[in-house]
Design a protein around this ligand. Structure first.
Ligand SMILES: *Cc1c(COP(=O)(O)O)cnc(C)c1O
Length: 380
């Protein structure tokens, strides 16, 4: 019997070591890691710059709390905010916490309580973030939910127009729904959101927990759209495996988060900030981002060449790529794992590929070859 709660359907692989795109189990069997710990290990496993940043900081100072000033948080905030419409940052420890901060800030600033979210969205597992999430399976057994959220079909302009009234504080979306099936916002829908937000003084919250920090080939995924967010939330790739989350907001929101309005003990802790600063400096480099775009095109081309278009649809952007299949993909994921390739599901029948942003073309070749072997073999 396990001493752990059974809340995860864990795979029976015990990984003990990682380097770059590879991880190794107890027996030393290598696996190509196209999960990156769910879009987290952005610079690959054991990247020397990250290891050094953590080592150096660990010998100086681990934790001081937010009772004291932090030029390090200031610097990280400036790096994250540069060339965005936003000018303020708040640091926390996870994606759900970043979204909680966003929900609280939107309600406080507008003095309204309705936030529009979308079906198949995922915003986290805490009470507010869970209620925001547009997937029934996430909420099952935990009701009644907060009545803040009005969840409507994604990319449905008519449903959106119909959902707007004077109680609406914000519209909250993922530009690409990661957990929900790698569904990208359509240009028409993004335009409508932007138009309504501007016309009705509604806040636009973009949940970039999965899509942010270079994952889609740009610093943030909203850059692919016409959206001008008032709030962005971040986590996953920001810490490369060290827990950290962030909420970025526009200047007009600053007064609503004054002293005592919100907080966290660990958020923006020196260890997390040192690691995140190193990651952001690497990933936000123009040449690095161009390399992510290049590798993305390569991966998509290879997939389209190897997988018949009548059976498989390629979705996503950058290195957040989905392969939409006709049937459930659970067995493919298991077969790939046996062959030494780690991948993850999104929605019921989408395979999600999330390699580290440092993946090489050779590793992409290997992964596509393994994947096509297990996907095109007729199952008995
Ligand atoms: C993973 C995820 C979250 C939740 O992040 P946690 O760190 O697990 O709390 C929120 N939003 C999106 C889009 C995510 O992918």
């Amino acid at each position: 019997m396990s001493a752990l709660f059974n809340n995860y359907a864990r795979r029976s692989v015990h990984l003990v070591k990682g380097k770059g795109t590879y991880v190794y189990d107890e027996q030393g069997k290598p696996y190509l890691d196209f999960t990156s710990g769910i879009a987290v290990v952005s610079l690959g496993h054991a990247h020397p710059a990250i290891v050094n940043a953590l080592k150096e900081q660990s010998e100086k100072l681990w934790h001081i709390s937010n009772l004291f000033e932090s030029p390090e948080q200031e610097q990280l905030a400036q790096s994250l905010l540069k060339n965005t419409p936003l000018s303020r940052a708040f640091f926390c420890n996870s994606g759900a916490e970043a979204n909680e901060a966003a929900i609280k800030l939107a309600r406080k600033h507008t003095a309204k309580h309705v936030i529009i979210t979308f079906e198949q969205s995922f915003h986290g597992r805490t009470f507010g973030a869970m209620a925001a999430t547009g997937q029934e399976k996430v909420k099952l057994g935990f009701g009644p939910m907060l009545d803040t959220f009005r969840t409507i079909p994604f990319n449905d302009v008519n449903a959106l127009e119909a959902a707007i009234d004077e109680d609406v504080a914000a519209i909250m979306l993922e530009v690409i729904q990661g957990e929900g099936g790698v569904n990208t916002v359509t240009p028409a829908f993004a335009s409508k959101i932007q138009e309504l937000c501007q016309a009705k003084d509604i806040l636009c919250i973009v949940d970039e927990v999965q899509t942010g920090i270079g994952r889609t080939g740009t610093k943030y995924a909203y850059e692919h759209t016409v959206l001008q967010p008032d709030i962005i939330t971040l986590a996953k790739g920001l810490g490369g495996g060290f827990p950290i989350g962030a909420m970025l907001g526009s200047e007009k929101l600053a007064e609503s988060f004054g002293p005592g309005a919100h907080g966290t003990t660990f958020g923006g802790n020196p260890l997390a900030v040192a690691v995140a600063q190193t990651i952001v400096e690497h990933v936000f480099d123009e040449t690095f981002l161009l390399s992510v775009q290049q590798k993305s095109r390569y991966l998509i081309e290879r997939l389209k060449f190897s997988l018949p278009a009548n059976l498989f649809e390629i979705l996503g952007e950058g290195l957040l790529i989905g392969i939409k299949c006709k049937d459930d993909v659970t067995s493919i994921i298991k077969l790939a794992e046996d062959q030494g390739l780690l991948i993850v599901q999104a929605g019921p029948n989408v395979i999600r590929l999330l390699p580290p942003l440092t993946v090489t073309e050779k590793e992409i070749d290997e992964a596509v070859e393994l994947l096509t072997t297990v996907m095109l073999v007729p199952s008995e």
